[in-house]
Design a protein. Structure first.
Ligand SMILES: NC(=O)c1ccc[n+]([C@@H]2O[C@H](COP(=O)([O-])OP(=O)(O)OC[C@H]3O[C@@H](n4cnc5c(N)ncnc54)[C@H](O)[C@@H]3O)[C@@H](O)[C@H]2O)c1
Length: 356
């Protein structure tokens, strides 16, 4: 990419994921992109991001950012219930978009985003960071090589403490009246762990199994006092080829609980197992037995994943490289997570694809 004009980017939503991952990735890619503007309803967040990362302007209203005529793309890091309106507005302004996961809060919203981008001829990439995380890429590459044969079972377990959300001292609740409570726990902003967190799992299950899901059964619970939406979910997904994915995801464990993640992918001819924390081994096994453990970095918030993700998007803008994750794939993960919410509310399995 040497010698090219730097792409000009605007950031919408300067909160936790922006400060912890997107802004540092932009800094690492400063030979290729230039952060020129930041918008956040909490204007002090926008001002801080602009000051610390060298943007020339900041705004309290993202429409003002989109009204600039010098942006090549925007990076949307707001909560998911805002993604549809913000992606539509960016597309209408003719600006490419990279947008945090989950793509949207509903399948209808995801469809609106796809329609808006297609109509405008703008790129839309949903930032499913785990698709760019070394461990998952290794698993996917092993599956593609045929190391474990056809995948029959994907099992995940992800447990995270609520403290993860306020380590930056930005507060994730600053724009809600309920100070001291994360938007992730409030029903008017979030559907809980099924979408906010388990959308990673539903995306990875689809990616690893590689065929369409046919049904999902889920149970969800509120374990945190005062939370309005479930912070704990378990589900089982059936896929068209008979493969199964199951997961347990919890996102509001007591502060200090060590972040934990475990994934197993079991194929007809072998299996892969990966666990956090950092020192955990990646074990693989085939018909000859267990292979030597290889240490992989921890799963989440691996800085390099966000750099890789943004680099891929930059290549798509510059050179027309295919997007590494298509909007329809991200829509598929939203559909599964929304179906999980529905199943947990009705107590019944939900057939896929969703018809309404
Ligand atoms: N890839 C990952 O692993 C990962 C990790 C964490 C969060 N996320 C996703 O990133 C998104 C943001 O999560 P977060 O934890 O950073 O949330 P956050 O609440 O910390 O930050 C969101 C920011 O958006 C701002 N905002 C709210 N309404 C706005 C508006 N109308 N216009 C402009 N800015 C507005 C808020 O003021 C805040 O600064 C969510 O969709 C979340 O699921 C992804």
């Amino acid at each position: 990419m040497a010698g090219e004009r730097r792409l000009r980017v605007g950031l919408i939503g300067a909160g936790t994921i922006a400060f912890s991952a997107h802004l540092p990735a932009m800094r690492k890619l400063r030979d290729h992109i230039e952060l020129v503007a930041v918008a956040d309803v909490r204007i002090e967040n926008a001002e801080r991001a602009a000051r610390e990362y060298g943007a020339e302007s900041h705004y309290g209203d993202y429409h003002e950012l989109l009204a600039r005529e010098d942006l090549d793309f925007v990076d949307i890091c707001t909560p998911e219930f805002l993604h549809a309106e913000q992606v539509e507005a960016a597309a209408a302004a003719g600006i490419h978009v990279i947008c945090e996961k989950p793509m949207a809060a509903s399948v209808d919203e995801a469809d609106r985003m796809i329609r808006a981008s297609e109509a405008a001829g703008t790129l839309l990439m949903i930032a499913h960071s785990r698709r760019f995380t070394g461990r998952y890429r290794n698993i996917r590459a092993a599956i593609e090589r045929g190391d474990i044969g056809e995948v029959r079972y994907v099992r995940e377990n992800e447990r995270r403490p609520r403290a993860m959300y306020d380590g930056l001292n930005l507060g994730t609740n600053y724009w809600t009246p309920e100070r001291g409570r994360s938007w992730l726990t409030l029903a008017r902003f979030s559907q809980g762990a099924a979408l906010a967190n388990a959308v990673h799992e539903t995306d990875l299950a689809r990616w690893f199994i590689g065929v369409e899901p046919t049904s999902i059964y889920a149970e969800a619970r509120i374990t945190e006092d005062g939370a309005e939406v479930p912070d704990m979910i378990t589900y089982t997904i059936s896929f068209a080829n008979g493969a199964v994915a199951a997961a347990e995801v919890v996102n509001q464990l007591p502060r200090g609980y060590p972040y934990f993640h475990m994934m197993e992918v079991i194929g007809r001819e072998g299996r892969i197992r990966a666990t956090d924390p950092i020192q955990s081994p990646y074990l693989s096994a085939d018909v000859t037995g267990i292979q030597q453990p290889v240490n992989f970095p921890a799963l989440l918030h691996v800085d390099q994943a966000y750099v890789e993700e943004l680099s891929a998007f930059i290549r798509s803008i510059r050179f027309g490289d295919p997007l590494p994750i298509q909007p329809r794939e991200a829509r598929g993960a939203v559909e599964l997570s929304v179906a999980a919410v529905r199943s947990s509310q009705t107590g019944q399995p939900v057939a896929l694809p969703l018809t309404s």
